[in-house]
Design a protein around this ligand. Sequence first.
Ligand code: NDP
Length: 339
Amino acid sequence: MRDSNREWVFAQRPDGEPDMDSFELRAGDVPEPHHGELLVRVRYLSVDPYMRGRMRDAESYAEPWDVGDVMAGAVVGEVVESESDAYEAGDLVTGNGTWADYSVLDADSVAPVDPSVADLPAYLGVLGMPGRTAYFGLLEVGEPKPGDTVVVSGAAGAVGSVVGQIATLNGCRVVGFAGTDEKVEWLTEDLGFDAAINYKQVDDYRAALDDAASDGVDVYFDNVGGPITDAVFTRLNLDARVAVCGQIAHYNDEGVPTGPRKLPQLISVRAKVQGLLVGDYASRFEEASERLGEWVAAGEITHRESVVDGLENAPDAFLGLFAGDNIGKQVVAVSADGL
Ligand code: NDP
């Protein structure tokens, strides 16, 4: 039924950890697509840690939201009205939309979705931005070599779970940090990680690393920062590479955290630490999508999505990222069965 639309609006900047006060669900009319645009019925929407950065009134790589803006993010959906020659009603597409029942997407920036390759939520995870982040971040910044030990933090999340599997495909020994025993079991039993550490059950991360990565760390793919990263820095091997992808442990901090300074650890091992932004690889996204699609189709990469049902629960799904509620990619089912 295309008679009304609900959308989540950014209602208040959070101070520290966000809560429901930052979100307001509004009802309104279904938007009209203009020339070059598609009206899409959202099937699934993505919630991502980077959205916390957009809630802050500070310059960053992702533009800050103004209070009153509709929450934006990646969606998978079905075209219901097309003002573009490239797509017609009924096509499934993925692109940047909004937390809404109906969203208007720019036809030039969407990609077609093929449900025979993978279920729709996978297009927000392994076959979407997180998968591409894992692909370029590990291969271009981490530069893994066969026999290397690769350590991944946030290992059971959307990016981390793919990083570990690509590292395994490249002949590396892979160790993950994750926050529950269920996640540890998924990593080691299903995804082929050689070892995984439940950091919420361990007091001494360095001792845990000595057990799990006894030859030291050649590549560290960092999704979280904080004390896990402090510990990994003390176990880096000669010429180690550190890919700084995310720092979710700090996203709710209101100031720059200080504390033990770990840079001296990098000197004697001549480690290279590099930040990465997936958008820098935009000209090569097709290559990554093709390769990841092949790995998924061949069963060489396993993926999983945590699905929260209902647009009304989108903020809960987002807040759950900071509590570690998700295994694999967190998505929200808005109209999962279609029209
Ligand atoms: P995830 O699916 O990994 O979800 C976040 C996970 O982070 C949670 O499940 C939780 O798992 C873990 N976590 C939350 N708080 C902490 C904490 N204080 N310490 C340790 N772990 C914590 O998210 P994504 O895969 O989408 O993103 C992973 C990281 O990569 C994020 O930091 C994100 O911002 C970044 N990113 C960067 C990109 C870039 O271009 N640079 C692009 C995409 C993502 P657990 O149970 O293990 O604690």
